[in-house]
Write a protein that binds this ligand. Structure first.
Ligand code: HEC
Ligand code: HEC
Length: 330
């Protein structure tokens, strides 16, 4: 057992080890040992919810942003409506969507609208958020223009305060960056690492941990996890997430190789069907190979099992959200 102290969970505040980063200390719930910004990278320090109270904004706008924040950290309140697994937005966008190396969500507020390779058309911020509902939350996005959608976009835009739109900058800590694996990732090494470092919270069978029937530690695979079409089902994304964020409270302790080994192990387990399922897993893999599945184990045989070869959509009773659709201005 490598976990040194569960006290890390109690919200111990560590001084930021990175010069030039001015995170408000009270917001730091995790010790950070992130790399220094590279030359030319833009470091964005998103405003906090306390800053919001002091900001010169209409009280109704503040209320909207607060509602967006509340939805972001407790997305389970939309369970059965829009969310059909044990995730909250903050399960993967750590530190309320503000932490670097945990895909801080402010980037989308200024990177959108933009063409998105995954769905091959121009997406705005609402549609980018909708993507995480459809795949990461194994659910269905709130309607475009709905109260909840406007609250969520307002929160994202609040976090982007001060940044220019339509400028492509290299942002420090955006996405889940990681170097290539030095050696071919190994299922067996990943399994051992998982048992020693992760199972205590995410359990041996990947189902996470529930307290009083409510999700406490999210499921990393199985019915209550993200589905096969989620961005984090890509191994480089999962490895990057793990390296900078897991085990909880101990970022950057798994080596690059160990992070890839863990990603190979986790990505070799079952999870709800890909919403873009054509009825045949190999066909679906082939259809989205270049834009997505070349980075996942979906439709591949692992440990004697053809992954994704099933009709299990998890908790939801539909395959694909009906409000996801292509568009073109031709
Ligand atoms: C299971 C993990 C997971 C959950 C849960 C999740 N996301 Fe994401 N999200 C991702 C991944 C992976 C990406 C892609 C990051 C990348 O590769 O740069 C992403 C990207 C995003 C982006 C674009 C960020 C950027 O840098 O362009 C936004 C905005 C976003 N998610 C919002 C949300 C919202 C809102 C929720 C809750 C409704 C949510 N996400 C839940 C994994 C998740
Ligand atoms: C001390 C408990 C704990 C340990 C140990 C831990 N995690 Fe997590 N993990 C969490 C929590 C909590 C979250 C969600 C973050 C949040 O809600 O703030 C999470 C989120 C995740 C996620 C994204 C959401 C999901 O469910 O897929 C992945 C992947 C993950 N952990 C993998 C790992 C791996 C791999 C390890 C071992 C190297 C590990 N975790 C160790 C508590 C833990």
């Amino acid at each position: 057992m490598k976990i040194k102290s569960i006290a890390l969970l109690a919200g111990v505040v560590f001084a930021a080890g990175v010069s030039g980063l001015a995170f408000a200390k009270q917001e730091l719930r995790f010790p950070i040992k992130y790399p220094e910004p590279k030359e030319g990278q833009v470091v964005h320090t998103p405003p906090t919810m306390e800053d919001l109270e002091a900001a010169n904004l209409h009280p109704e706008l503040k209320r909207t942003i607060r509602r967006g924040y509340d939805l972001f950290v407790n997305t389970q309140q939309l369970r059965g409506e829009n969310v059909f697994n044990d995730m909250n937005c903050k399960s993967c966008h750590m530190g309320e969507g503000r932490l670097p190396f945990a895909a801080p969500v402010w980037r989308a507020a200024i990177a959108m609208p933009n063409f998105r390779g995954k769905n091959q058309h121009v997406n705005n911020l609402e549609e980018r958020i909708a993507g995480c509902f459809a795949f990461s939350m194994n659910g269905k996005p709130p309607a475009y223009g709905s109260d909840d959608m406007i609250a969520l976009t307002s929160y994202h835009q609040w976090l982007a305060k001060g940044l220019p739109i339509f400028e492509r900058k290299d942002f420090y800590g955006a996405g889940y960056p990681i170097e290539k694996a030095p050696n071919t990732p190994s299922y067996d090494r990943g399994k051992k690492l998982y048992t020693e470092n992760c199972a205590i919270c995410h359990s041996d069978d990947g189902s996470g941990m529930r307290v009083d029937g409510k999700p406490h530690f999210p499921a990393v695979w199985g019915d209550l996890s993200y589905n096969w079409g989620a961005g984090i089902a890509r191994q480089y994304t999962l490895a990057g997430f793990i390296r900078s964020n897991m085990p909880l409270g101990q970022p950057m302790t798994m080596s690059v190789q160990e992070s890839w080994d863990l990603a190979e192990y986790i990505d070799s387990q079952e999870r709800p069907q890909e919403p873009r399922f054509t009825g045949d897993v190999k066909d679906t893999r082939a259809k989205y190979l270049d834009t997505f599945h070349k980075h996942t184990n979906y439709g591949l045989e692992k440990q004697g099992r053809l992954l994704g070869d099933h009709d299990n959509f998890g908790e939801k009773d539909f395959i694909k959200p009906d409000n996801l659709r292509p568009r073109t201005y031709q």
